[in-house]
Ligand binder design. Structure first.
Ligand code: NAD
Length: 422
């Protein structure tokens, strides 16, 4: 039995992001000056702020907003509420957002935000006050033309609504385009809630055709049962795949004959976790990554697939719904073993793509049907996957390096064309 890797022992995500960047930059023969520009975030804001708790005490919180690169458009990226949020994590996530927006060729740069807080014990009122104050603290950066946040781990459409309202109150009029992932009633987009999982499925459909490995009957293990993981489970089950294992923070549920996703959702609503759902065996989170399966979907946090556990992973395909789940050491193991890794900046890019659609609709005050969103998303994902796969074949490299190369080339071109000010 292997225990989950404690957060403090996981690799520094920023070091991972920079190592991935250097590998792709080497292949692109990027010059020293361009490397120096793209390796560092453009802006890093750290804020410390008080929140009045329900018992009238004051608590201090620390939050971050990082803009990695904004040469192709405004910064775009989610906000994470988690006890383990650090500046280096936010910097890594911001850099990955730059590459992700460039891989799918939407006119955004990369940003990310976070607050170091476990939001679970907070009351709704405390969560609202924390959100409104954090939004105010980072309002020197965010705006519909400058930096547009979105949901990430532990942040929801309701939290996006509070951010939109706070920013709008400061302006004196409604500014829906300042944030995406909002509820439909205040300028959200059709298809945003299940976008990330839909994109994961689109990637898997292409990969399963390439590998001649039908999704019907394929065994799938998923780490994370939130926005990305739970909806991916539903969509894959609807395709006839067998979801054999699902983990959340508390542990994992395993059933080799296939978990019932509706029952799992109900069990999680009632107990707060997937662990212990009827008919399942309990596993540690780390054990769940190593169960016999065809497809593994990390959909939780960074740094969970490492050089240490990669040799024991049994999946043929890994689709990264999460950002940064695989270290460079694990990538090397998977490449040597011919395990296909569909990298985060491609596999989960549908989330930011529909966020882009939401921003466009907000700016035009003209809203699209679910069908229009679905069709446009499919086109973007299919084109991005084909670009990355063909470069991987041409370069004889893995999909991550190819995706990074596609992205870095686009960002470097924009940077080159704009020139260095003054
Ligand atoms: P979420 O808060 O909705 O769900 C997170 C899930 O992960 C929860 O089930 C939680 O219990 C589980 N989890 C957290 N820590 C864990 C751990 N150490 N071990 C096992 N499980 C753990 O978050 P989400 O929006 O689904 O995001 C999940 C991942 O997907 C993140 O890496 C995020 O950056 C990425 N992502 C999300 C979106 C999106 O649109 N929501 C888009 C792109 C990428």
């Amino acid at each position: 039995m292997h225990n989950d890797v404690p957060h403090s022992q996981r690799p520094n995500p920023y070091h991972v992001a920079v190592a991935q960047f250097e590998a792709a930059a080497d292949r692109l023969h990027l010059d020293h000056g361009m490397r120096a520009i793209l390796r560092e975030p453009k802006r890093e804001l750290i804020v410390h702020f008080p929140v009045r708790m329900d018992d009238k005490s004051l608590r201090m919180f620390t939050g971050y907003r990082v803009q990695h690169n904004i040469n192709r458009g405004p910064a775009k990226g989610g906000i994470r509420y988690d006890a383990n949020v650090t500046l280096d994590e936010v910097k890594a996530l911001a850099m990955w957002m730059t590459w992700k927006c460039a891989v799918v060729d939407i006119p955004f740069g990369g940003g990310k935000g976070g607050v170091t807080v476990d939001p679970k014990p907070l009351s709704l009122g405390e969560l609202e006050r924390l959100t409104r104050r954090y939004a105010t603290e980072i309002s020197i950066l965010i705006g519909p033309g400058s930096d547009i946040p979105a949901p990430d781990v532990n942040t929801t459409p309701q939290i996006m609504a509070w951010i939109m309202d706070t920013y709008s109150m400061h302006q004196g009029y409604s500014v829906p385009a300042v944030v995406t992932g909002k509820p439909l009633a205040i300028g959200g987009s059709e298809g945003r809630g299940d976008a990330t999982a839909t994109g994961v499925l689109e990637c898997l459909k292409i990969a399963s055709a390439d590998l001649k490995m039908p999704l019907r009957g394929a065994r799938v293990a998923i780490q994370g049962f939130g926005n990305a993981g739970a909806i991916a489970a539903e969509l894959l089950a609807a395709e006839g795949a067998r979801i054999v294992a699902i983990a959340d923070r508390q542990g994992a549920a395993y059933d080799e004959s296939g978990l019932d996703i509706d029952a799992l959702t109900k069990h999680k609503q009632e107990t707060g976790s997937v662990v212990g759902v009827a008919g399942s065996q309990k596993l540690e989170v780390a054990e769940m990554l190593e169960v016999p399966c065809d497809i593994l979907i990390p959909a939780a946090v960074e740094g969970v697939l490492t050089g240490e556990n990669a040799p024991r992973v049994q999946a043929r395909v890994i689709v990264e719904a999460a950002n940064g789940p695989t270290t460079p050491e694990a990538d090397a193991v998977f490449a040597a073993r011919d395990v296909l890794v569909i990298p985060d900046i491609l596999a989960n890019a549908a989330g930011v793509t529909v966020s882009y659609f939401e921003w466009v609709q907000d700016l035009q005050s003209f809203f699209w049907t679910p069908e229009e969103v679905g069709e446009k998303l499919s086109l973007v994902m299919a084109r991005a996957y084909a670009n990355v796969a063909s470069l991987a074949t041409k370069e004889e490299c893995d999909m991550r390096t190819a995706a990074q190369m596609v992205a870095i080339r686009r960002v470097a071109e924009a940077t080159q064309l704009r020139g260095i000010y003054p």
